[in-house]
Write a protein that binds this ligand. Structure first.
Ligand SMILES: [Zn+2]
Length: 260
């Protein structure tokens, strides 16, 4: 365990290497409020887009998030070589793999009501890289096998880089990463760091949060495998709110610890 100096203890993200961010606890009242908010709204509707439209939207958001993601990685003493890979599947899902690869499925653009919601999903995956979860995850061996398959399918389907800088992947490559599961602590950390990346890139974290509500409302349906890897219910919403309040109090600093 590598503890930060006492001044940095206020910034819990890097207080120790693993698990990194416990996040503040949420109260039963906050959880019930989240439950009421989820059940009080409509499940999102997929708006069909062409691949070109979806790629443009995803590339626009990824490009804007990238510098903030890079700074977050640097502050957490990671090197992230971003490569955004487009998967034309209609699913609402995204996954992090490799040294900075993020696979984004078309459904992310189709279900998102605005760029803030898309940024929520992409920044969350960037945060998994920034916090080194891809390497640290307990299912590392499993991921090694999955990753080999993904890269093989990428090589087979590689169609060059679009003018937007998105790598073209094959349909379904994102689903192959659905076996990756992070711990709850890692998810909380990715939500907190992701919110920070969003905020620094100029996105509205409160607007992006509605993607979390949308996911929770979709949970009774089978339109997203994001839910198998990223449980989205009242707990996640309440935990996200608590983490964002925490990050605001820390003035959105990630607080890199010496040697952390
Ligand atoms: Zn996650």
């Amino acid at each position: 365990m590598r503890l930060a100096t006492s001044a940095l203890m206020l910034l819990p993200l890097l207080a120790c290497a693993d698990p990194a961010y416990q996040g503040p606890a949420f109260t039963p009242a906050q959880q019930s409020a989240a439950m009421a908010e989820i059940s009080g709204g409509q499940a999102p509707v997929r708006r069909a887009m062409t691949d070109e439209q979806a790629q443009q939207a995803i590339a626009r958001v990824a490009r804007r998030l990238a510098p903030a993601g890079t700074s977050a990685c640097q502050e957490l003493r990671r090197t992230c070589n971003w490569r955004f890979i487009y998967d034309p599947s209609q699913e609402l899902n995204a996954a992090a793999t490799g040294e900075g690869d993020i696979i984004i499925q078309r459904g992310v653009a189709e279900y998102a009501r605005n760029d803030d919601e898309m940024a929520f999903v992409i920044a969350h995956e960037m945060a998994h890289h920034a916090a080194n979860h891809v390497q640290n995850t307990t299912t590392r061996a499993q991921i090694g096998g999955v990753l080999a398959g993904v890269l093989a399918s990428l090589a087979g389907a590689y169609a060059g880089v679009s003018p937007d800088g998105l790598v073209q992947g094959a349909a379904g490559i994102g689903s192959q990463l659905a076996v990756i599961s992070y711990s709850k602590a890692q998810e909380r950390e990715a939500d907190a760091i992701g919110a920070t990346i969003m905020h620094r890139a100029g996105y509205d974290v409160a607007q992006g949060r509605s993607m979390l509500l949308a996911l929770a409302r979709l949970s009774g349906r089978l339109e997203t495998s994001l839910l198998s890897t990223h449980p989205a219910g009242p707990d996640r919403v309440a935990s996200f709110d608590a983490a964002v309040a925490d990050m605001k109090r820390a003035n959105w600093r990630l607080g890199a610890a010496p040697g952390g």
